[in-house]
Design a protein around this ligand. Structure first.
Ligand code: HEC
Length: 136
């Protein structure tokens, strides 16, 4: 029925934007999209659950640092959102590291989705410290 269809269309148009995960900047949808991207693009280095490599604190035989955890147990929380996004976009090579650039692979939203995915592992206290850094 036309009226029924119209009502459905109106309801869809009026559905409020998805709420963020409580206390966080991102939505669950971003986390789920980020999960797929992370598995494809990042997990081979940073681990399936962003747990990083065991000896990430020590340079390897070539003098490079192995991929660090992004799950809240390392330093990623020191970086505000734009800096995290820039590291992923430009990679670590300009800073003397080895992480590849993703500027040709991921767009801005996809980069934010991957950040949402790994930040979702962060305990509330680490997230709160990051939020403080992010506000400055
Ligand atoms: C080829 C391995 C490799 C891949 C693939 C990779 N990274 Fe990295 N990443 C590294 C290494 C190694 C570092 C440490 C800095 C450096 O050497 O560039 C790093 C550093 C980072 C940092 C900074 C962490 C901190 O504590 O300062 C972030 C954020 C990050 N990676 C996110 C990602 C995301 C998101 C992806 C997928 C889109 C990804 N990385 C893919 C190897 C990788």
């Amino acid at each position: 029925m036309i009226t029924g269809m119209l009502v459905t269309a109106l309801q869809a148009a009026c559905t409020p934007a998805e709420e963020t995960v409580p206390g966080r900047w991102y939505t669950q949808t971003q986390v789920e999209r980020g999960r797929l991207i992370f598995a494809e693009q990042c997990a081979r280095c940073h681990g399936e659950n962003a747990e990083g490599t065991r000896n990430w604190r020590e340079p390897d035989a070539t003098g490079n640092y192995p991929p660090p955890p992004l799950n809240g147990s390392a330093h990623a929380w020191h970086h505000p959102l734009p800096v995290l996004a820039r590291v992923i976009e430009k990679g670590g090579i300009p800073l003397g590291g080895v992480m590849p650039s993703f500027s040709g692979t991921l767009d801005r939203d996809q980069i934010r989705d991957t950040i949402a995915f790994f930040q979702d592992y962060w305990p509330d206290d680490i997230y709160a410290r990051w939020a403080e850094v992010n506000r400055r």
